[in-house]
Ligand binder design. Structure first.
Ligand SMILES: [Zn+2]
Length: 406
């Protein structure tokens, strides 16, 4: 007869401790430092049906992963348990009960979606943080979300019985199943007291009240479905806790009541936009003064005015604006640079100046190990040898006097 593991979690989903015998211990193929233990019976739920596996202990060994293969349940452990008969095993109950709350919450939510909107659940993921279901529905809005939440939570308040049925093939065809079973033999149905019948191999609380609360967090379109993210029970409480703490801190910072938080933030956001606009206006007028001053103090080379200036940490975009404003003056050459982590240089001149800016730029830019280029009236680029930026500017100055304008 084929060996199979007796599934204690199907008989009693609340079994936290049990004694079992080891059938085999073998090295784990995926990781040579770990072992795979098979027991004659187990309360450890193996990964499957959207529900993650249980953790806990088999004797003194830690259970890290549990999976099912050909009706055998395999426990991946960190060491070989010392004993092999009558070993005390225990489930990490906090983890398991959380999964049970989320899982039954999913049954209830899927059932409500079917009853209210005639839509089916085509995907389910129970993660360590988030739970999602994919609903075969084209759109979803906040009114619908509210209606779903009200219905789902009423089922929790009604504290309905959750039963497990093992119907025969004939009996199955008479049950109002929410979805067809994926197996043909030994079909297991989870019933929420006449309200919902769903084929499922997972673990669930005995009564809907244990789910505590179902709260939809958000939703998004996912291919042709709607992906609903929700939390139940303790997860919902934790979600509420950190959000409540955050809203309390925010409203105390803003000195408003919690129901006024959104209005207050909207106001600040609006004010910030206005302030940014004002700052930009001031900056522009400041730059106009700077340009006038730079031009007034320019070197005179015959008929030409030469402006040379190195800024510290100014934005290259602002420097560019200044350069293009400067060369609106006639016969003007502007050699501007800004120094931060990198040095950035912009050479420009008004169009009647007989100096090719691109040529001049290319001649001196290697001095800061830089690159870049442009055309006869404007060239720009940058380099990383910032310490030699002054040398570069002096070299350009010298070339203009000695070679370009004689
Ligand atoms: Zn289930």
């Amino acid at each position: 007869m084929k060996m199979k593991t007796e599934k204690l979690f199907w008989k009693d989903a609340y079994l936290k401790e049990f004694k079992a015998n080891i059938v085999s211990v073998e090295p784990y193929k995926e990781d040579a430092s770990k072992f795979v233990v098979v027991l004659d019976k187990t309360a450890f739920y193996p990964e499957g049906g959207g529900q993650p596996w249980d953790r806990g202990k088999i004797g003194d060994a830690n259970v890290l992963y549990v999976y099912e293969e050909d009706e055998l349940i395999l426990h991946v452990v960190d060491k070989t348990p010392t004993d092999s008969q009558d070993i005390l095993c225990c489930i990490d109950w906090t983890r398991r009960f959380d999964f049970m709350q989320q899982h039954l919450g999913q049954h209830i939510l899927s059932s409500v979606f079917e009853k209210l909107y005639d839509t089916s659940t085509v995907g389910f993921h129970l993660g360590n943080e988030f739970v999602t279901i994919d609903i075969d529905k084209l759109s979803f809005d906040s009114h619908e979300a509210e209606a779903v939440e009200i219905s789902a939570n009423e089922i929790i308040y009604d504290n309905l019985q959750v039963r497990t049925l093992y119907p025969t093939k004939e009996e199955v065809s008479n049950l109002p199943l929410r979805k067809p079973p994926t197996v043909s033999e030994g079909i297991r149905i989870v019933e929420v007291d006449g309200y919902d019948f769903s084929p499922c191999g997972g673990t669930h609380p005995k009564k809907t009240g244990a789910v505590g609360i179902i709260k939809i967090r958000k939703w998004e379109k996912n291919k042709s479905n709607i992906r609903i993210e929700f939390v139940c029970g303790t997860r919902a409480l934790k979600d509420y806790s950190w959000k409540n703490q955050q809203i309390n801190r925010i409203t105390s910072m803003l000195s408003v009541r919690d129901c006024e938080a959104e209005d207050a933030v909207t106001r600040i956001f609006q004010e910030n936009k206005e302030l940014n606009k004002t700052v930009r206006t001031f900056k522009r007028s400041l730059m106009n003064y700077q340009v006038k001053e730079l031009y007034a103090n320019a070197d005179k080379i015959g008929n030409y005015s030469l402006v040379i200036k190195i800024f510290e940490g100014e934005d290259i975009k602002d420097i560019k604006v200044m350069a293009s404003t400067l060369v609106q003056y006639p016969n003007t050459i502007s050699l501007l640079a800004t120094k931060a982590d990198k040095a950035q240089v912009i050479f420009s001149c008004s169009k009647e100046v007989p100096v090719n800016m691109n040529q001049l730029f290319k001649e001196v830019i290697p001095l800061i190990n830089g690159k870049g280029g442009g055309n006869a009236t404007s060239a720009q680029g940058g380099g990383d040898e910032t310490y030699n930026l002054e040398g570069l500017m002096q070299a350009a100055h010298k070339k203009i006097i000695m070679e370009y304008i004689k």
